[in-house]
Design a binder for this molecule. Structure first.
Ligand code: URA
Length: 288
C-alpha cells in the first residue's frame, strides 16, 4: 500500500478505507490522560514530519532517566509520519541501540512478515517504543524510565494522529490503557481509548519477540494481526468534543517552546549521510 497517498487513499485491501477523514476539520479533543495542553488541529503530512523532527531533536539529547548513560543511540521510532497505523513496542534491544532504528532484529523481521501478509510494509506505518533507550542487558523497563519517557510517545501520537495503535506486549499495553491488565487477557480485543488529545482504536497484540519461540503465541499474533485491515477500515473513532476556538496559538506553545535553540541547523545537518557509528537522523523518522 503506497504511503504517500494518505488523504485520499483507497486501500488495496479495504475499498472503503476512510483515511484521515478528520483532516482539515480543525478538530481537537478533550480528555488527555497525560494532561498538558490541547493539541493543534490536524496537520499536513509535511507539517507532521517537521514537528516530529522537532520532538526527535529533543529526544536525541534526552537525559531524563539513567538510560542515557548506557545507550548508544536514542531510538525515536520510524516510519510514515502520516500513518493511520502505529505500533508501540517495549524498548530498543542491542541491534536497535546500535542502529538507532526500532525493530531491526528477529522480532522486527517477524513484524515485517506479518505486515506483508496484510498487504502493508514499514513505509505505511509508524513504529515506536515505550522507551526510546535500551535498558542494559535487555532487562524490563523500570517504572521511572517509563514515566520519564512517556511524554515522547504521547507527542508522537498527538502528531501522527493514528487511527489504530497496536500495542506490542505488556509494557505499551499497560501504559496506553493506564491499567495493569496483561496482554494474554487483552490481545486481539480492540477498544476506543483517548490517548493524548485523540480517541484511537487501541489494539493490543502479543509482542513479536514472544511469538518467535512459542508457536501458539505466533498463531494468536497472526490471527489478531490479520484483523488490522478491518480496524483500519472503520476509520477514526468519534473524537471527544472539540475545543473552543479560543485555544491559544498551540503550534507555538507545543513546538516553538520545546525546540532547542539552533534546531534549524540541526535539521539541516540531519539530512546529511550518516557518519560511522551514527545512524542518519532523518532515517529515524523514515521520510517516506
Ligand atoms: N523489541 C521492542 O520492543 N522494540 C524494538 O525496537 C525491538 C525489539
Amino acid at each position: 500500500m503506497p504511503a504517500a497517498v494518505r488523504p485520499t487513499a483507497v486501500s488495496l485491501l479495504t475499498p472503503h478505507y476512510p483515511v484521515r477523514s478528520l483532516a482539515n476539520t480543525g478538530v481537537v479533543a478533550l480528555g488527555r490522560p497525560w494532561a498538558g495542553l490541547p493539541s493543534p488541529p490536524v496537520k499536513s503530512a509535511a507539517e507532521r514530519r517537521e514537528l516530529l523532527k522537532g520532538v526527535y531533536e529533543e529526544a536525541r539529547g534526552c537525559v531524563r532517566c539513567p538510560l542515557h548513560q548506557t545507550r548508544t543511540t536514542v531510538v525515536f521510532g520510524n516510519g510514515n509520519a502520516n500513518a493511520d497505523l502505529m505500533f508501540v513496542g517495549e524498548a530498543p534491544g542491542a541491534n536497535e541501540d546500535r542502529m538507532g532504528l526500532p525493530f531491526v532484529g528477529q522480532a522486527g523481521k517477524l513484524l515485517d512478515k506479518l505486515l506483508a501478509e496484510i498487504g502493508m510494509e514499514r513505509t505505511d506505518v509508524f513504529v515506536a517504543n515505550t522507551l526510546k533507550c535500551r535498558p542494559p542487558d535487555n532487562r524490563d523497563p523500570h517504572p521511572n524510565e517509563i514515566e520519564a519517557c512517556q511524554d515522547y510517545l504521547r507527542r508522537q501520537v498527538d502528531l501522527i494522529e493514528p487511527t489504530v495503535i497496536c500495542t506490542l506486549g505488556n509494557f505499551s499495553t499497560k501504559l496506553l490503557r493506564a491499567d495493569s491488565m496483561g496482554i494474554s487477557r487483552l490481545h486481539g480485543q480492540a477498544e476506543i481509548r483517548v490517548i493524548g488529545a485523540r480517541a484511537v482504536r487501541l489494539y493490543p497484540l502479543y509482542h513479536p519477540a514472544a511469538a518467535l519461540y512459542t508457536s501458539s503465541t505466533l498463531e494468536a499474533l497472526r490471527t489478531d494481526f490479520h484483523r488490522i485491515p478491518e480496524l483500519l477500515a472503520l476509520g477514526p473513532p468519534e473524537q471527544p468534543r472539540a475545543f473552543e476556538e479560543s485555544v491559544p496559538e498551540l503550534d507555538e506553545l507545543l513546538v516553538e517552546a520545546e525546540r532547542p535553540a539552533g534546531v534549524d541547523e540541526l535539521l539541516v545537518e540531519a539530512q546529511r549521510p550518516a557518519g560511522v557509528g551514527e545512524p542518519e537522523p532523518a532515517a529515524q523518522l523514515g521520510l517516506f
